[in-house]
Design a binder for this molecule. Structure first.
Ligand SMILES: [Zn+2]
Length: 59
């Protein structure tokens, strides 16, 4: 189950929306900023259908 959540880029400070697969449970993945295209690592704490927390770090 995928849930959308807004995150803030650690580089340029812009907010944008990402989609997290909550059925994967707590996991880490990388994504690129939609604005400045730099890579960041997301640590997602999930239960199926719900995002408990997202931690964003520069990769
Ligand atoms: Zn950015």
């Amino acid at each position: 189950m995928e849930v959308s959540e807004k995150i803030q880029c650690p580089y340029c400070g812009q907010s944008f929306e990402i989609t997290v697969d909550t059925s994967a449970g707590s996991h880490r993945f990388t994504t690129d900023c939609e604005v400045c295209c730099r890579p960041m690592e997301i640590a997602a704490d999930c239960e199926p259908g719900e995002i408990l927390s997202l931690d964003v770090q520069g990769a």
